[in-house]
Design a protein around this ligand. Structure first.
Ligand SMILES: Nc1ncnc2c1ncn2[C@@H]1O[C@H](COP(=O)(O)OP(=O)(O)OP(=O)(O)O)[C@@H](O)[C@H]1O
Ligand SMILES: [Mg+2]
Length: 290
């Protein structure tokens, strides 16, 4: 009996093999998710490749967070297939999944009174008892430095600002050191500097061979930093490709139901997406009361 237990323990502790660059770290195909009475996703398809930053964009309620949960193996679709690390998502146990993918939820319900360093260290829990437990200290220190939260290490998490908490939550996910990162709006609460910082970290992780999926509302950030963007709309991925190919005025105006203009940045050529706005009439100022 104890032999079986030992075998089971060792099997569940089998360390993940890295996915070769360009290989599929996760994929969803024909995915249908019904919420309430509505099919939020119906026939959704996306592949996530090692060595690449994939940005998921799209309007509120389009299903980006839902698709991310499906790719994480946290939400089983009513139809379709989901594979993580080459195996059906439903076949992994929770501890096995935790070694293979890390998820930053859109709304972190973290209200720990614990010191920041302890919150980040929680990201290492899945590796306890494995050979990679030895990395714990380095992984925590690296993740905190990357998100610029080292100076908060000893402070209670609950005493941080919204953006500071968001960076700590991200540090926890980075410290998990999985080959697949699924980040739901990691930049939503962040200032300009830290938005860039977080996207740079995503790129560094991808350059090191990880697959990174990041949900973004800022199309400029997506255009500048993602290798590929997936536009979630109409129950599926309406367009999927390099930002320069996908970010067209017609598609974005239709999907967001907001006329937009897209033009290349004068220095970098990266697509800039802005809402179409009429110029402020010159006479408005002259009518202002003195
Ligand atoms: N528990 C639920 N019950 C009913 N409907 C739900 C539930 N959760 C989500 N939905 C609906 O599913 C749709 C997709 O939600 P999802 O959170 O995936 O959107 P999203 O693209 O991430 O939007 P946002 O940009 O606002 O984060 C929305 O219309 C939402 O109202
Ligand atoms: Mg969402």
């Amino acid at each position: 009996m104890s032999g079986v237990k030992e075998l089971f323990r060792r099997r569940t502790r089998e360390l993940p093999a890295p996915v070769e660059p360009g290989g599929l770290a996760a994929e969803a195909d024909g995915v249908r998710v019904v919420r309430g009475r509505r099919a939020v996703l119906d026939g959704a398809r996306i592949g996530v490749r090692a060595g690449e930053v994939l940005a998921l964009v799209g309007p509120n309620g389009a299903g980006k967070s839902t698709l991310l949960s499906v790719l994480a193996g946290d939400l089983a679709p009513a139809a379709g297939t989901v594979r993580i690390g080459g195996r059906a998502a439903g076949e992994w146990s929770a501890p096995e999944l935790a070694l293979r993918r890390a998820v930053l939820p859109q709304t972190a319900e973290l209200s720990f009174p614990f010191p920041v360093a302890d919150v980040v260290r929680m990201g290492r829990a899945p590796w306890a008892g494995t050979a990679r437990e030895a990395e714990d200290g380095a992984a925590v220190a690296e993740a905190m430095a990357a998100t610029e939260v080292t100076e908060f290490a000893a402070r209670p998490f609950s005493a941080l600002s919204g953006g500071e908490r968001a960076r700590v939550a991200l540090a926890r996910v980075l410290a998990q050191r999985t080959g697949l990162l699924l980040l739901d709006e990691p930049t939503a609460a962040l200032d300009l500097r830290h938005q860039e910082l977080v996207l740079r970290v995503c790129r560094e992780r991808a350059a090191a061979g990880d697959a990174v999926v990041v949900v973004l509302h800022d199309l400029g950030l997506a255009a500048a930093h993602a290798d590929r963007v997936g536009v979630v709309h109409g129950g599926g991925v309406a367009a999927d490709g390099p930002p320069a190919e996908v970010f067209g005025e017609e598609l974005l105006s239709r999907v967001y139901r907001q006329p937009v203009e897209v033009f290349p940045h004068p220095r970098t050529g990266v697509p800039q997406v802005v809402p179409h706005r009429d110029p402020i009439a010159a006479h408005i100022g002259s009518h202002r009361p003195a």
